[in-house]
Design a protein around this ligand. Structure first.
Ligand SMILES: C[S@@+](CC[C@H](N)C(=O)[O-])C[C@H]1O[C@@H](n2cnc3c(N)ncnc32)[C@H](O)[C@@H]1O
Length: 275
């Protein structure tokens, strides 16, 4: 318990003014199942041996020729691994969905609500099981939401009048829309692949008569360490990015923030989010 208190999972408290007890902290409150906001699926995926074990092979990766740590350990790319392991894929998608449930509270329902007003269509690129888009589609019935993701991620998901799924490859085609949402997509890409996606998004804008200059980016962004409020776990974030992306410094992510701010919304407010 001492360790768990030290790491912020529990806090020491007194019952009836004298008996020592342990209580939940703000962080561990988010791990309670069946509450509206629960990050337990996210935590359980990122501490699962399937995700943590590759870190035992860092030295092989450094010495080898594979681009990503994941390929060094599993012999295939991260998303191909998900395709071949449906049970893990399901858990991964649920983890992403639990993160989206929380984030939409701030992005869709309060802090950034105005950025969605007036939009006719939105493509959620690499949108996973579409939790983020489902919440947007319910809050803004006038926005036609399309979730683009790989076939194994979007198979058999229930659609609605203004929520559709496209099984596809974002490196090949991104459908035209008024707005594009990229949530937790770029941090898993190397710089070259990140730029390819931006070019595809550019083509989607051009094919829509130059409408749709809005872009929503919700991702890890590398900033100077001194700019991160303590105790933000930069080391954890950097480690989380290593398995799939293959380079240690997310340069594209840093420059993307600049890019995002260069594309104001139709309401004049920059669309950017740092998650
Ligand atoms: C980290 S997850 C984020 C999911 C979702 N945006 C969210 O935040 O809940 C990245 C997503 O990108 C998808 N993805 C990876 N490569 C893709 C590709 N080539 N085309 C379309 N989607 C892809 C994955 O299947 C996965 O759902």
């Amino acid at each position: 318990m001492r360790l768990l208190v030290h790491s912020g999972c529990f806090k020491k408290t007194k019952v009836n003014g004298e008996e020592e007890a342990y209580g939940l902290t703000a962080a561990s409150t988010l791990l309670i199942k069946d509450k509206p906001y629960c990050l337990s699926p996210t935590v359980s995926v990122f501490v699962d041996p399937f995700f943590v074990a590759p870190f035992q092979s860092l030295s092989s990766w450094f010495k080898g020729t594979e681009i990503t740590l994941w390929e060094t350990v599993h012999g295939i790319k991260f998303w191909e691994f998900m395709n071949q392991n449906p049970a893990i894929n399901q858990r991964f998608n649920e983890a992403m969905a639990s993160d989206s449930e929380i984030m939409t509270t701030f992005v869709v329902k309060s802090e950034c609500k105005q950025i969605f007003e007036g939009l006719g269509s939105l493509v959620d690129v690499g949108g996973g099981n579409g939790t983020f888009s489902r919440i947007i589609s319910e809050a803004f019935p006038g926005i036609k939401c399309t979730v683009l993701d790989l076939p194994h991620a979007v198979a058999n998901l229930p659609e609605a009048d203004n929520l559709k799924y496209i099984a596809g490859d974002m490196f090949r085609f991104i459908p035209p829309a008024d707005a594009f949402l990229f949530k937790l997509v770029f941090h898993g890409l190397g710089d070259e692949d990140g730029l390819k996606i931006l070019k595809k998004r550019r083509e989607a804008i051009a094919s829509n008569g130059e409408r749709g200059k809005e872009i929503g980016l919700v991702d890890d962004v590398l900033v100077d360490e001194q700019d991160i409020p303590a105790p933000a776990p930069l080391d954890t974030r950097l480690l989380q990015d290593i398995p799939a992306r293959g380079t240690l410094l997310p340069d594209v992510c840093s420059s993307l923030l600049v890019f995002v701010e260069a594309y104001p919304t139709n309401t004049g407010a920059p669309v950017s989010g740092v998650g």
